[in-house]
Ligand binder design. Structure first.
Ligand code: PDD
Length: 275
């Protein structure tokens, strides 16, 4: 296997050499949070926003972390890898229990783990499926508790899809690993942030650029019908960028491929963030 640069509790090593305890609370309870930080031409994209979100996730779970050390480790991983384009996966768990126990001991120390891999940021076309959002009530925390996402996305994979668009009682929340946007001829729309949605960095970057441009953007509550009547739908994430939905299985849609608003958004995004 290729040598993947990694870091565990501050110690850099190849991913293969890292050994973790089965009593890590990341393993027994998914009592852990994470970030995926992309870099292009050896420069991170929206580094400060990713670090701020990681800090917020840690605060939500009362993890005491040295965020400066973590920032240094993420940059060090990228440097050591010599990669131009890729991403760092970085995970923080509450620590390792003496014995599995829901109620944790205050004395355990935070456990950190990260690795860096190469990634090609190319435009993707996605086949998606709608599904009921099965997840818990705090999807705004970027935790590794992703079983709802995993179940739905693998169900979608078995049906020949690349992603899901989730809804709670017909109200669109987000993708399995992405945020949702759609457009008619005049305006771009995206579900507004709530405890049911991860505040995506890519979502935020796109909205900032849309607000600076002449393209109207609205955040609100939208239904499956709003999406099926839209002229364009796309999903955003740090690894997908802006990925156009080309087909929604079992639904009739009004999607026009290469719709002018999607094209403009893609252009704005690439021009500003992928230099
Ligand atoms: N996931 N919503 C969910 C549920 C996600 O998992 C992600 C990204 C996003 C988009 O967030 P951002 O634009 O900050 O990447 C929204 C990452 C990429 C992952 O789990 O691999």
């Amino acid at each position: 296997m290729e040598n993947i640069h990694a870091v565990y509790n501050g110690r850099f090593d190849s991913l293969n050499n890292i050994k973790i305890s089965p009593l890590s609370r990341a393993y027994t309870f998914s009592d852990s949070v994470y970030e995926v930080i992309p870099f292009c031409n050896s420069s991170t994209i929206a580094f400060d926003k990713h670090i701020l979100r990681l800090e917020k996730s840690c605060n939500a779970l009362s993890f005491q972390v040295d965020i400066k050390r973590i920032s240094i480790e993420i940059n060090e991983l990228i440097k050591k890898s010599n990669l131009k384009n890729g991403y760092v996966y970085y995970q923080i768990s509450r620590g390792i229990d003496n014995l599995r126990s829901h109620m944790f001991d205050q004395d355990i120390s935070i456990e950190t783990f990260g690795y860096v891999v190469s990634h090609t940021f190319s435009s993707q076309s996605l086949r998606v499926m709608f599904c009921e959002d099965l997840r818990w009530q705090r999807c705004d925390i970027k935790s590794t508790s992703l079983l709802g996402n995993v179940m739905s996305m693998n169900d979608a994979k078995n049906k020949g899809c690349d992603e899901v668009i989730m809804h709670k009682n017909n109200i669109i929340t987000e993708g399995g690993a992405s945020n949702v946007f759609f457009a008619n001829d005049e305006c771009v729309f995206t579900p507004s942030l709530s405890n049911n949605i991860l505040p995506g960095i890519t979502r935020d970057l796109l909205i900032i650029k849309l607000k600076e441009s002449d393209i109207r953007v609205e955040e609100g509550e939208y239904t499956i019908d709003d999406l099926t009547s839209a002229k364009s739908i796309w999903l955003t994430s740090s690894t997908k960028g802006l990925a156009q939905v080309i087909d929604v299985i079992d639904k009739k849609t009004n999607i026009q491929l290469d719709h002018h608003l999607f094209k403009k958004c893609e252009e704005l995004f690439v021009k500003n963030y992928f230099k």
